[in-house]
Design a protein around this ligand. Structure first.
Ligand code: ZN
Length: 518
């Protein structure tokens, strides 16, 4: 049987400012998916990038008095830096303003849609939110303001190309309600279905060169227009693979692949659940299979964002607490979907409880005891009794349990499975009390006691090794650090006897509670 394939993408963020912690959430979630599928042996490709061609970038550059290209490059660098700091294992970072394959691919998609008869010219007058890059109907506004940004939209009137979205209403409804295009969570799927059922209106897919200041991808055959940034941005998911020339990556990961997955934030659901599949249907290109929609971080109930003035710098967080602490918070302490209030109190308390205490202590005492009682060499387990065997069985059951959680895109549930085993292992240490076995009372059978101690240390090593292997998609550095302290790596065998452990080093130094200044 052919190897399964898995293609996963992040949204490409507007790079009109540096990233905030909400971007970290999306990158880390997508990275966990990519690493997880890679680890299970699937042929995986992970795409991320930057959405350069936005009018927002034009305005931001004008405000700073610098060329748009300079602003976009500078801000893109800060996204690449965040990816580096968080060990985001992407295969490609596409920049929509400089990648020639993107320009050609977006234009090919335009022509394909045009040949289907789905583009027409029309004078358009409407209310436009520059931050959303989206027209709004008056009844969609909240007190006259954009519902996402709480700013007044601008009145815009010009001749644009329109896309016949209305033609795809029934097809989209069928694809989404049948689950052929699976939208996670259900709440988002239901919102999309009710939006589709309320009647789809054709939408504008170009802008005048003048309003775009010449920034963006030209409409093929019409020099007065550039593509609407969403038309160009959405196409990145296929242009990056070489759609323009029917390239090898495009065939391998888009056309001949049973799992094409987009990870996005809830604010851009409509573009990915309605506009994008309609464009693909029109162009005769296969659709994505899964749209996973995460929520937002809020601060005291308010959405985080540059325009809100409450952005949290994820690179600063990672420098201060470690990148794995931030990855853990995003994956283990944040519901996969829905909004989560980001507070430093909860960040620090989860760090101390889960990372420093539960996992950190388990490794530390295991490695310390092997050093102290057995000169740093993991002993054989001569008498593995029921208590040992049950714990190892629980650790061995992890891959299947985690697979179920990952099928549902439920990251905290996957990590909760791992931490359940960590908790069991800590209770096992308390029950077995190896420090007492190391100093048998006078009159006990010393050989028997030594064999018991051997079994406890061997069991703990086995369990920590299995935990480390399962942690890799979520906390790759922690996984590697645990294996290194146990004296093995991800390729070593199940038999841990004979491994030489290192001197113990704390994985997550405990924080003094209340050190947060933010
Ligand atoms: Zn808006």
């Amino acid at each position: 049987m052919a190897t399964k394939r898995y293609y996963v993408t992040t949204a490409i963020p507007y790079v009109n400012g540096p990233p905030h912690v909400g971007h970290a959430l999306e990158f880390v979630q997508t990275d966990a998916l990519a690493r997880y599928h890679r680890r299970t042996g699937e042929d995986t490709y992970f795409l991320t990038g930057s959405d350069d061609n936005s009018l927002k970038n034009v305005r931001a550059a004008e405000d700073e008095g610098i060329p748009v290209g300079d602003l976009v490059s500078r801000n893109t660098d800060s996204f690449v830096e965040l990816d580096r700091v968080l060990d985001i294992s992407y295969d490609q970072f596409i920049r929509t303003s400089v990648d020639e394959r993107h320009r050609q691919g977006a234009q090919r998609l335009w022509r394909a849609v045009q040949e289907s008869g789905d583009l027409y010219e029309q004078v358009y007058a409407g209310l436009y939110c520059l931050s959303c890059e989206q027209f709004y109907e008056p009844d969609e506004l909240v007190d006259g303001l954009c519902p996402e940004h709480f700013i007044a939209p601008e009145r815009v009137e010009e001749t644009n190309y329109f896309f016949r979205l209305s033609r795809y209403q029934d097809q989209l409804e069928q694809l989404i309600s049948s689950g052929q295009y699976r939208i996670i969570p259900d709440q988002r799927r239901n919102e999309v279905l009710s939006f589709i059922r309320s009647g789809l209106r054709d939408f504008s897919v170009s802008r005048s060169q003048e309003r775009a200041r010449g920034w963006g991808i030209p409409v093929p055959g019409d020099e007065t227009q550039v593509m609407y940034v969403w038309f160009d941005a959405l196409s990145n998911y296929i242009t990056a693979l070489g759609y323009a020339t029917d390239g090898e990556l495009y065939r391998r990961y888009w056309v001949e692949n049973d799992c094409r997955v987009h990870v996005i934030g809830k604010g851009i659901t409509r573009f990915h659940a309605v506009y994008w599949p309609a464009m693909l249907l029109s162009a005769g290109v296969p659709l994505p299979h899964v749209l996973f929609v995460h929520g937002y971080y809020t601060v005291e109930g308010r959405r985080i964002g540059k325009s809100m003035g409450n952005a949290i710098d994820p690179v600063a967080l990672a420098r201060r607490y470690g990148s794995e602490a931030l990855r853990y918070f995003c994956l283990g302490a944040t519901p996969s979907t829905g909004d989560t209030d980001f507070s430093m109190d909860s960040f620090e308390s989860r760090y101390n409880a889960d990372l420093a205490n539960d996992l950190g202590n388990l490794l530390n005492r295991t490695v310390s005891m092997i050093g102290r009682y057995r000169d740093g060499v993991v002993p054989e387990a001569p008498h593995p009794d029921r208590d040992h065997a049950m714990l190892v069985e629980q650790a061995r059951a992890l891959p299947e349990l985690i697979a179920g959680c990952m099928e549902e895109y439920d990251f905290p549930a996957a990590l909760a499975q791992i931490w359940r085993v960590v908790g069991e292992a800590n209770r096992y240490v308390e029950r077995q009390a190896p420090w007492r076995l190391a100093r048998p009372a006078v009159g006990t059978d010393e050989i028997d006691t030594a064999a018991k101690l051997d079994s406890v240390l061997n069991t703990l090593t086995q369990v920590l090794r299995l935990v480390a292997l399962e942690l890799e998609p979520f906390l790759p550095r922690t996984s590697a650090a645990i294996l290194a302290q146990l004296g093995c790596d991800s390729d070593s065998s199940d038999n841990v006897a004979g491994l030489r452990v290192s001197t113990p080093q704390p994985l997550f130094p405990r924080l003094e509670v209340g050190v947060a200044e933010q």
